[in-house]
Design a protein around this ligand. Structure first.
Ligand code: GUN
Length: 292
């Protein structure tokens, strides 16, 4: 069994990007500039956005944090989006989700200039992804593809079972794994809450990618020997014995399932750390496209 180490791999990718940024600087070129928009003070969102901005600083990108009040109107937020779209100094930006309930998320995401949509959430970019065109891949699926590639996990002709059909993980993952080339060329089954007899699929899977949010849902008796496990679940579970008062659990019963696996991502330290690295990779791509 081999661990797919997202912490180490994400550090490697960040070092590679930092080296490219140094080269850009040495050539007198503009370095990539990422902005992150956060609305309100949701604790988890503040943490995520904080580490995105810190990572930019680490690798030599310019970064801007746009903090907006919880009660901002939809119209005012759309105005801010317009400013960011028109800001020639900016290569890419993200609007951290979830947004407050009074704001229509879809309307906001649709307003982002697809050329600056480094989250890859705009329908234009989602369509390009499905059509195998150059675009910004959504960060979590992109990170999973990188882990598979860097650990040389065989995917061609394999049966990949994706659990969960969310717009930011399961659905794009099912598309990427069925695309032509490596990693990809898989036969994909996309399962979800209405799937009957899920175990019939997981027991026949060569690769399982689970993005469900149910702690330790996938057990050893639901998988076959030699399976590749990608665990995207991150759920806080109360734990009084932990100083934080909680522990982070994945969708997979790691102790049991890892004994039958050929490759497996841990939680934490697997898929999670990869997402920021891939956001930075997309921002670098945005800069390169803009300088063509
Ligand atoms: N909220 C949870 N994950 C993400 C992400 O990848 N991008 C944005 N913008 N918001 C998120």
């Amino acid at each position: 069994m081999q661990i797919l180490d997202g912490k180490k791999t994400s550090e490697d990718i960040k070092k590679e990007i930092a080296a490219e940024v140094q080269q850009m600087k040495a050539n007198g070129e503009k370095v990539p500039h990422l902005a992150a928009v956060i609305v309100g003070t949701n604790g988890a969102s503040l943490t995520y956005v904080g580490s995105k901005v810190r990572s930019c600083e680490q690798i030599g990108f310019d970064s801007t944090l746009v903090s907006l009040p919880e009660d901002i109107t939809e119209a005012a937020l759309l105005n801010k989006i317009k400013d960011l779209n028109e800001d020639d100094n900016l290569d890419g930006y993200i609007v951290q989700l979830p947004l407050p309930k009074h704001i229509d998320e879809e309307k906001i995401l649709m307003a982002i200039d697809p050329d600056k949509d480094v989250d890859g959430f705009h329908p234009a970019n989602f369509g390009k992804m499905a059509l195998e065109m150059e675009t910004f891949l959504p960060a979590t699926p992109f990170g999973i593809m990188q882990l598979l590639e860097r650990y040389k996990v065989e995917t061609s002709g394999k049966h990949t079972v994706v659990i969960g059909r969310s717009h930011i993980v399961g659905r794009p993952m099912s598309i990427l794994m069925s695309r032509k080339g490596y990693p990809g060329d898989s036969t994909v089954t996309l399962t979800h809450s209405r799937t009957k007899n899920l175990e019939e699929y997981t027991k026949n899977a060569d690769i399982i990618i689970t993005a469900l949010g149910v702690p330790e849902f996938l057990k050893a008796d639901m998988v076959k020997d030699g399976v590749v496990i990608i665990d995207v679940g991150i759920t806080r579970v109360d734990d009084a014995s932990n100083p934080k008062g909680y522990v982070i659990k994945g969708d997979v019963d790691f102790d049991g399932v890892s004994k039958k696996s050929s490759f497996i991502t841990p939680v934490p330290g697997g898929v999670g750390p990869m997402t920021i690295a891939m956001l930075l990779q997309n921002t670098l791509l945005a800069r390169k496209i803009r300088s063509r």
